[in-house]
Design a protein around this ligand. Structure first.
Ligand code: FAD
Length: 385
């Protein structure tokens, strides 16, 4: 019997397994594919790491710890994981980008972050064309995580676990004597179980009725050109709430090109078993119109496009909690498009819950209970599928 089993070895699951191994436990890890793969939420080149501009102050200590943990993993893995590029947070003063950190406080208290007018932005980052009145905060600490390198480093840190790839978990059950996990190959036993199955979570926890929505989103890579191409290549990442048309992001180019896409698009709900993986010409054209309007030098030819999945909760906050009926089962779900940067912290918090160590951060904002009245938990199924 293993001490712990971890189902899902993507971002959060691999970090959970690595942390449990580091603490000296025997760990079984199972994934239905072989991360980094392109079917879930963690693939394709880059993820942004930045302060919690829209998520709220509760995420700020998590970001600080995330930076420390990424730095440690860089040293222990010998890989470059984080590139500090700076980041621009842009949008209307009362928009969603600035909902989590009151601007007046940032300008007063955070001597690193700089407030820029639309004219300042055009001067300093001449490939960008903000509308007059657009508020911009430049965050010099912000950067870019090399996604595949991060996942590989995390998986390598878990190498002393018994890791099984291409082995989907079909069902699990929990009792006083531990947990049983059944795959198409065999049955395993462990004392406790972590579930970090990303967009597949509802399949493994059908009885819980978690309010999770899987959202289809597209990442595009363009070949930038134009007179400002060199400045763009050395420029910051951006998250920009447009007056019309949602929140748009972009990264300085990598070998694949300049990555850009939309963050949260209402109405793109999908079913994990029926995700449309093809990228349509009209959706590419819609993003290209935004690039042409706001960053024309970035609007070169399309190099590549790829579908990726968000798993959203109603409040866009994470779920990290014990199973309400099975205290030996701990789950992470609802990454809501912003969990990657925190993955090492979230893995450590999962390990805290699994090993009975008091969690280093307040987990009440991530509780399952915030979506459910206590009465509704009664009489739920006692096994997962
Ligand atoms: C386009 C896009 C851009 C993003 N940008 C950012 C960003 O800039 N910054 C940021 O912090 N975050 C960002 N995110 C969010 C971040 O990538 C996700 O929140 C994070 O990857 C979620 O991790 P996860 O471990 O929950 O899911 P995943 O990494 O998808 O891992 C889940 C794993 O579970 C496995 N699994 C599922 N079912 C089973 C089963 N039955 N048996 C065994 N294994 C199973 C899957 O194969 C998968 O490997 C972005 C997401 C997308 C899609």
């Amino acid at each position: 019997m293993y001490d712990f089993a971890v189902v899902g070895l993507g971002a959060i699951g691999s970090a959970t397994a690595a942390e449990l191994v580091r603490r000296g436990y025997s760990v079984l890890g199972l994934d239905r594919y072989r991360p980094p793969h392109t079917l879930g939420s963690a693939h394709s080149d880059t993820r942004m790491i930045r302060e919690a501009w829209y998520e709220g102050s509760l995420y700020m200590p998590l970001v600080q710890e995330a930076y420390r943990r990424w730095a440690r993993l860089e040293v222990s893995s010998g890989r470059t994981l984080v590139r500090t590029t700076g980041g621009l947070m842009m949008g209307p003063r009362d928009g969603r980008v600035f909902a989590g950190r009151p601007l007046a406080e940032v300008v007063r208290d955070d001597s690193d972050c700089i407030s820029l007018s639309a004219e300042d932005v055009a001067d300093r980052f001449p490939w960008l064309r903000p509308d007059p009145g657009t508020i911009t905060i430049y965050e010099p600490r912000a950067g870019v995580l090399g996604l595949e390198a991060c996942l590989e480093a995390s998986r390598d840190a878990a190498a002393d676990a018994d890791l099984h790839f291409d082995e989907p978990v079909a069902e699990w059950s929990a009792s006083a004597s531990g947990v049983r996990i059944r795959t198409d190959r065999r049955e395993y036993r462990a004392r406790r179980l972590a579930i970090a199955a990303g967009a597949w979570t509802p399949q493994l926890l059908p009885g819980l009725g978690l309010p999770l929505e899987v959202e289809r989103t597209v990442q595009y890579w363009f070949e930038p050109g134009g007179v400002h191409a060199d400045a763009l290549a050395a420029g910051p990442a951006w998250v920009w709430e447009l007056e019309r048309g949602g929140t748009w992001y972009g990264f300085r180019p990598t070998a694949r090109g300049l990555k850009s896409g939309m963050h949260f698009q209402a109405g793109r709900r999908t079913d994990i078993d029926r995700v449309d993986r093809a990228v349509g010409a009209s959706e590419t054209a819609a993003l290209r119109r935004i690039l042409e309007r706001y960053a024309p030098d970035a609007a070169g030819s399309l190099a590549h496009a790829s579908v990726c999945l968000y798993t959203n909760t109603p409040d866009e906050g994470f779920i990290l909690d014990r199973h309400p009926e099975h205290p030996d089962v701990v789950l992470f779900a609802g990454g809501s498009g912003h969990a990657f940067k925190f993955m090492l912290v979230l893995g450590a918090l999962m390990a805290d819950l699994l090993t009975g160590k008091p969690p280093r951060h307040d987990l009440s904002p991530f509780s399952i209970g915030r979506f459910r009245g206590p009465m509704r938990l009664a009489g739920r199924e006692s096994t997962g599928r």
